[in-house]
Design a binder for this molecule. Structure first.
Ligand SMILES: Cc1ncc(COP(=O)(O)O)c(C=O)c1O
Length: 394
């Protein structure tokens, strides 16, 4: 094998993690600090106005229908999705579609925490979508639009009939701002600021359809709901959560930062523009992958390939011939080489996924940085192969 020559140019920004994701191009903490109401009560007029702006800008850039309500809730996307499940589920049978770590986490809660008796778990291996046609007519559904840990996404929501009685609960955290989410087909949609927006973690967004609000009003789950999950008071929706109030204290620095991202997205031209940026980034990466003989997209069907959390597998026989543990050692060494050069941080696949790489291609990634990363991937592969190749005793 030829000696691996180190590339000359490094990405100007090495953050390719799939969450928290890279800040937006041009992000400046000083600017965020100037607009943040630090040290002020979150119930003050100015701070409430900023929360209101986050909600209205979110609606505007994501084109969320006017009759859907949007709330800022605690505990990032996990908090928002758990809140949706614990409030809404239990009235009807539940179908859970899961194809990677996070979908399986939600399945675990439906089955083992909420103990729903009439459930169906329709799952599949990393890299493939399960059979979505198995959706029952009168069930609530839980699924993850873009499986961040496998790089598999649903291509659309055409598999969900419009006139269903059941609710559709969708974890869309790594999809929004990167993929066109079909709001009308969904009833409870969640995401966080730390993915496509390049915002901060710890706060989640919960979007509810009129049908979901109706369920909230008419159905009371059997289980207790902690204050942090409660959306009703005396049987009435707490409207403030969906206007300019929060259940508990948010970070006003994070709120100002979210607004900064949303402003950037608005100036770009809204979600259509961030989706276009993610598509272009994905195309750059996939085109390069297609030209290599050692690496492939983990997902065979191109319509199911994520354009945000792109998962790649190494197919070189010197890699595939290694034991699972040694494949992970190979990946660890590969990513160490890149981190050590400050070229790419955090691009190892998720620990529950097959050993591989995962590269965020969302809108906050600049196309040039991604392009500059590519030769380094080849370099790291050759260096890792020199270390772990067939002549090495493992
Ligand atoms: C699909 C999906 N669901 C849930 C989560 C958990 O989100 P958070 O850490 O924002 O609570 C993540 C985080 O990566 C994710 O990608």
């Amino acid at each position: 094998m030829q000696a691996s020559k180190k590339p000359q140019v490094k990405p100007s920004q090495p953050n390719f993690s799939s969450g928290p994701c890279a800040k937006r191009p041009g992000w400046d903490l000083t600017r965020v600090k100037q607009s943040a109401h630090l040290g002020r009560s979150h119930r003050a007029k100015d701070t409430k106005y900023q929360i209101k702006q986050v909600i209205s800008m979110t609606r505007h850039v994501l084109e969320i229908p006017d009759n859907y309500i949007i709330g800022l809730v605690p505990a990032s996307n996990t908090g928002a999705f758990e809140m949706a499940m614990w409030n809404l589920i239990g009235h009807l049978p539940v179908d859970i579609f899961a194809w990677e770590n996070f979908g399986l986490e939600w399945a675990h809660d439906v089955i083992n925490q909420l103990k729903i008796k009439d459930y169906r778990l329709i799952s599949s291996d990393y890299g493939v979508l399960p059979d979505l046609s198995l959706l029952r007519e009168n069930s609530d559904v839980c699924f993850t639009w873009n499986g961040t840990t496998s790089g598999v996404r649903v291509p659309d929501a055409n598999w969900i009939p419009s006139d269903r009685e059941g609710l559709v609960l969708c974890d869309a955290t790594s999809a929004v701002f990167g993929q066109k989410v079909d709001w009308i087909k969904l009833d409870a949609i969640t995401f966080s600021w730390q993915k496509g927006m390049g915002g901060e973690a710890a706060h989640g967004m919960l979007v509810l359809s009129p049908k979901a609000v109706e369920r909230l009003r008419r159905y009371t789950p059997d289980w207790p709901l902690p204050k942090i999950f409660r959306l009703l008071k005396n049987g009435n929706l707490i409207e403030g959560i969906f206007s300019d109030e929060t259940i508990n204290t948010p970070s006003m620095l994070c709120v100002a930062d979210a607004l900064d991202s949303l402003q950037w997205i608005k100036e770009l031209g809204g979600a259509d523009s961030t989706i276009a940026r993610a598509n272009a980034n994905f195309d750059t990466l996939q085109l390069w992958v297609d030209q290599q003989d050692w690496i492939q997209n983990l997902v065979e069907i191109s319509a199911h390939r994520s354009n945000t959390s792109v998962c790649l597998k190494i197919i070189d026989p010197d890699f595939t011939g290694l034991s699972l543990n040694n494949q992970w050692d190979f990946i660890k060494y590969f990513v160490f080489l890149l981190e050590n050069e400050d070229v790419a941080y955090d691009i190892a696949g998720h620990r529950k996924a097959p050993p591989g790489l995962r590269i965020w291609c969302g809108a906050t990634i600049e196309a040039n940085d991604l392009r500059d990363l590519l030769p380094w991937l080849s370099w790291a592969f050759k260096r890792s192969k020199e270390k772990f190749g067939p002549f090495q005793k493992l």
